[in-house]
Design a binder for this molecule. Structure first.
Ligand SMILES: [Zn+2]
Length: 409
C-alpha cells in the first residue's frame, strides 16, 4: 500500500514538473512566432513571475527552464529576469524586443495546473493562457503618445493588478532600462522591488555615492543604515549592500509632516544615516545624506514632484518613465543629485544602538534638526477609547504611590 502511494505521488510530481516546463516552452514558442524572434537572439528580453507565483500549492520554478531552453534567454546572459511578485499573483511571461520595442504578454490559466501533460498538449493556446497580448512599449513612443498607452494600461493589457504599480508599469519600466543598457546590479535589485521608478533608481545612485564617500575598507566593517525617511531607494540599498532589516543593520524611521517642516533647507530631502561600523574596534564613521528632488526635476525637465501623486491622469507613470531613463545617465556621477548633510563619529556600540532604537530621532541626536516640541501624538489627537485617559491617570497615580513608598522604605 505504501509502495503504491509512493509511486503515485512520484508520478504526480514528475507530471507537475513536466507540465510547468511545458508552460514555459509553450509561452516562448508563441512569442517567437508573434514577436517574432529566433532562439538565442540577444536582443530579446524575457520577464516572468515564475518561481514567485504559487498556484494552488504548485511552485512554478520549473517554468524557468522551459523558457530558457526554448528561447535561449537565460539569467546568466541577463535577458531572463524573474520579477518578484507576491505568491498569490498570476503566473505570466513577457517577451520584449530591443529592436522593435514590441512586447508579447502571456498569462497562464490557473486551471491548467491540475491537468496531465497529454491534456495540456491537446489544449489551444487560448485555453492555456487567459491573455495573449502584444503592444509597443518603447519609452519614446509611450512618452510621446501617453493617452493611447494610458488607455491600454487602464484596460489591463498586461494583466493589470493593484494600482498604481501594476504589471503594465513593471514591464514597461524594466524593459526600457534593460534596453538602455542599465547595470545588471541595478536591474537585479529592481526585480526585487518589482519595478523601476525614480525612487528605486535613486537607491542605486545612493549605493554609488556611498562607494565614493564611505567605502568599506576592512573585512571587519559593514554598513549600519537608518532610512529616514524611507522610500523606494531602501529596497535597492538593502538588496545590494546586504544590509537588511532582518540582519538588524537596516532600520527605517519615517518623519511626520510636522517634522519635515523643521528640516533645514539642505536636509529637506534627507534620505539616510549611513554608518560604516567596524566590529573590531567597536566604532564607526557616519554620514547623513540627502537627495535633491528640485534639482532632479529641473535637470530632467518637463516633470514636477506633484506628478508623483497625479494618479488621476497619466502624469504619475509618465514622469516616472521619463525620469528613469534620464537618471541612468548619472550612475557614475551621483554627487550631482546627492550631498552629505553631516559627518559624525560613533564611539561605542551603545551609541550605535541608541541611534537605531525606537523612539529616538537620529536627526535630532546628530544635530541636523531641532527637537520637536509640537509634534502631536495620536493620544492627544484622538482618545479613541472613552475612559482610557482616566484609567491611565489611575495607573500613573498608582505607580507614583508605589515609587514614593519604595523611596520611603
Ligand atoms: Zn518604486
Amino acid at each position: 500500500m505504501c509502495t503504491v502511494l509512493a509511486v503515485t505521488a512520484s508520478a504526480q510530481v514528475t507530471d507537475d514538473q513536466e507540465l510547468l516546463y511545458l508552460l514555459g516552452s509553450r509561452a516562448s514558442e508563441i512569442a517567437m512566432k508573434d514577436l517574432p524572434f529566433d532562439k538565442d537572439d540577444p536582443n530579446i528580453l524575457v520577464m516572468s513571475s515564475a518561481s514567485y507565483a504559487i498556484i494552488d500549492g504548485h511552485n512554478t520554478d520549473r517554468c524557468i527552464d522551459g523558457v530558457a531552453d526554448a528561447s535561449g534567454c537565460t539569467v546568466g546572459k541577463g535577458n531572463l529576469l524573474l520579477i518578484h511578485r507576491s505568491r498569490e499573483k498570476p503566473l505570466w511571461f513577457a517577451f520584449f524586443s530591443k529592436n522593435t520595442k514590441e512586447c508579447v504578454y502571456l498569462q497562464v490559466n490557473n486551471a491548467v495546473l491540475g491537468k496531465s501533460v497529454d491534456e495540456l498538449n491537446a489544449l489551444a493556446d487560448e485555453e492555456v493562457f487567459t491573455k495573449i497580448t502584444k503592444a509597443n512599449i518603447g519609452a519614446d513612443k509611450l512618452l510621446s503618445e501617453p493617452e493611447a498607452w494610458d488607455e491600454k494600461m487602464k484596460a489591463g493589457i498586461f494583466g493589470g493588478g493593484a494600482k498604481p504599480f501594476n504589471n503594465e508599469f513593471t514591464i514597461m519600466t524594466i524593459a526600457n532600462i534593460w534596453a538602455k543598457g542599465a547595470p545588471p546590479e541595478l536591474i537585479r535589485a529592481n526585480q526585487f522591488h518589482n519595478h523601476l521608478c525614480p525612487g528605486s533608481a535613486s537607491g542605486f545612485l545612493f549605493v554609488k555615492y556611498i562607494d565614493n564617500n564611505l567605502p568599506l575598507e576592512k573585512p571587519s566593517q559593514r554598513y549600519q543604515i537608518i532610512a529616514i525617511k524611507p522610500w523606494c531607494k531602501d529596497d535597492i540599498m538593502q538588496w545590494i549592500l546586504e544590509a537588511t532589516i532582518g540582519n538588524k543593520n537596516y532600520i527605517a524611521k519615517d518623519l511626520t509632516p510636522e517634522q519635515m517642516k523643521q528640516l533645514p533647507e539642505d536636509a529637506k530631502d534627507v534620505a539616510n544615516v549611513v554608518i560604516r561600523w567596524d566590529s573590531a574596534t567597536g566604532t564607526g564613521k557616519g554620514i547623513v545624506i540627502a537627495w535633491d528632488w528640485d534639482n532632479a526635476c529641473q535637470m530632467c525637465g518637463g516633470v514636477s514632484k506633484k506628478d508623483l501623486t497625479a494618479f488621476d491622469t497619466h502624469r504619475w507613470w509618465w514622469m516616472r518613465l521619463k525620469m528613469n531613463q534620464w537618471m541612468l545617465d548619472y550612475t557614475d556621477s551621483p554627487e550631482t543629485l546627492i550631498h552629505t548633510v553631516k559627518e559624525f563619529d560613533v564611539n561605542s556600540l551603545a551609541e550605535l544602538n541608541y541611534l537605531k532604537s525606537a523612539g529616538v530621532n537620529p536627526l535630532v541626536e546628530l544635530g541636523v534638526m531641532p527637537k520637536s516640541e509640537t509634534t502631536p501624538t495620536p493620544a492627544e489627537k484622538t482618545p479613541s477609547i472613552p475612559g482610557l485617559g482616566v484609567i491611565a491617570a489611575i495607573a500613573i497615580a498608582g505607580a507614583l504611590v508605589y515609587v514614593v513608598r519604595r523611596r520611603k522604605a
